[in-house]
Write a protein that binds this ligand. Sequence first.
Ligand code: GLC
Length: 732
Amino acid sequence: MKSILLTITVICTSLLARAQQKQPVYLDLSQPIERRVENALSLMTTEEKVSLCYAQSKFSSKGVPRLGIPEVWTDDGPHGIREEVLWDEWGGAGWTNDSCTAFPALTCLAASFNPKLSLLYGQSIGEEARYRNKTVLLGPGVNIYRTPLNGRNFEYMGEDPYLSSRMVIPYIQGVQSNGVAACVKHFALNNQEEWRGHINVDLSDRALNEIYLPAFKAAVQEAKAWSIMGSYNQFRGQHCCHNDLLLNKILKKDWAFDGVVISDWGGVHNTDEAVNNGLDLEMGTYTDGLTTKGKFPYSSYYLANPFLKGIKEGKYDITLLDDKARRILRLIFRTTMSQNRPFGRFVSPEHSEAARKIAQEGIVLLKNENKFFPVPSGKFKKIAVIGENADRSLVIGGGSSSLKVAYEKSPLDGLIAKYGKDHITYSLGYASGPALYGREEPSKLNADSLINAAVEVAKQADIVFFIGGLNKNHFQDCEGGDRKSFSLPFGQDKLIDALFKANKNTAVVLLSGNAVSMPWINKVPAIMQGWYLGSEAGNALADVISGEVNPSGKLPFSFPKKLEDNAAHFYGKISYPGDSINQFYKEDILVGYRWFDTKKISPQFSFGYGLSYTSFDLGPLSSDKKLYSKSDTVRISFTVKNTGAKYGAEVVQLYVHDPVCTVTRPVKELKAFEKVFLKPGETKTVEVRLKVADLAFYDETKKNWNVEAGDFILQLGNSSSHISQKLKITVR
Ligand code: GLC
């Protein structure tokens, strides 16, 4: 009897002990996240809740040390994981374990028109962020390309809301599959760098909904982004980091966003608005997001002591604080405290392969007279490579997306590896200054002597590759400033003319994130648009130039012949860059090819355009019916045939026009695209589904999307300016 009693006692004691040890729900990773959030919140003090809502250092915010809830570590950027910085500095901390893989710029990813590559991109960069123990990757950016002067276009996905929407979703899914939050940015209407900190943007509700919101909406509703970054500028009189319409109404109510709104660094200006208008996490206050250091302690941030004081005085309702804290806890439980969080990888061979593949598929062949390209190795004995961009680092500079990389294969490296150093002669040709923030420092080299030296090399060569374009200097492709001119900088036009005069066999390869003017367009026989291609730049470029890889990239934005042809520059200063206080997007929905095609202005090169080393034929376009109801899905099919001699890929694009409508609609809007890979002679049938609902326009009278009954013209082609087939369908 005694022994039974003793046993029972022991069992009860150990159960009691275990019950006492039983960890709180929020630490039980197997519990549903919402239960863990509520449990953690119930255990936190008001001070602890407020401390979640603002930065503790340049790139991190507090967790709850007492409860073992970790800090939130954010890191730039969209193209690779930024090096560690000192606690409260912008500059590098000099670590020796944080040199990353640089992936191509997002314009290159967009130019691939390949969502599968976007998933690969997100997975790869997400692994690097995970390995570096980051909670939030501050990217991708999806601001629409409205003007070729915007310094940050290279970080975004072009001029079309549908392309940006389709390409941003897999990137975010890929990043977040690593237990790292993506932070889609900059929400919203940050389409220039001029006066970015305050310019008050306005535009029609229709343009807002049809052009500037779709990519963010797709990121939130389809990719389930766990965080989003408010932008610096104002929209209708309120800063976007605490904008009631954007954050409370559209993002959190209409789109049901359950993640964290993170301010841009220095984008918060007001406690009342920050508390009431949907901001959750305040970063970088009192700085300019790039160089200036804050003079004030973090506790003086708008969501720090002023917020706590307001809560204690009953000025702010505790529910506002709880909502912010819930979102931040949810972010932490989705990332650092999530179950089965993977461990990531850093600078792995797979990441280099991914970077090379994305770069290869993003390069766009724009002109190729007499099959100038490809240039197989061995075809020429003497190859001249001219231009600073052949040998200059293009991963450094550009602002917050600047990277410290494990390696960077320059175009010159790649061409030497492909053709052999005995066959390559390099000459600088032109020179820019160092990549700096906030100012330009021209090169001290004499431009004419550089040109003369390059001309001598070109004269002796069998073939000339000029490799130029823009770079990451301020007022080029760089955050914090816009370009001052649409032309190529540093005297490149003059150099190109001189090279062509010296040797007709000269091709122009541009590395940039923006369109430029091309006064030499009719002279040079071949033009290739490369992007900022990252660590594998040289290999990818040499793969395409030599023909090992057949180019399949398409332009994600139009190249105007001259700046005034561009929609944003048609309506004078108030439209771009604004009057320094206010700005109105007067072109409304007619952005990019919508403008060129509707106004019948022919661009230099059009959206969706890109050549191949082979040729393709599009077979008959058909739809499953002729008459559709508004809730139907249109099933479209067509064939694509590779009619040439090389394996390659064609991006077939489907545009739609609604010719009869109560509002003006563009003569074409991209509504589907498909990248089809084909062997020589191979034909594939492609099926595309198009919801009738997606043919809607934003109806300002209804404050909602609307499909008006009538005819719609489906237009199939391989660029916005090359439509090969049309098909009419009717909506009842
Ligand atoms: C910068 C940029 C933003 C970046 C952040 C942190 O000012 O606008 O894209 O992620 O601040 O560097």
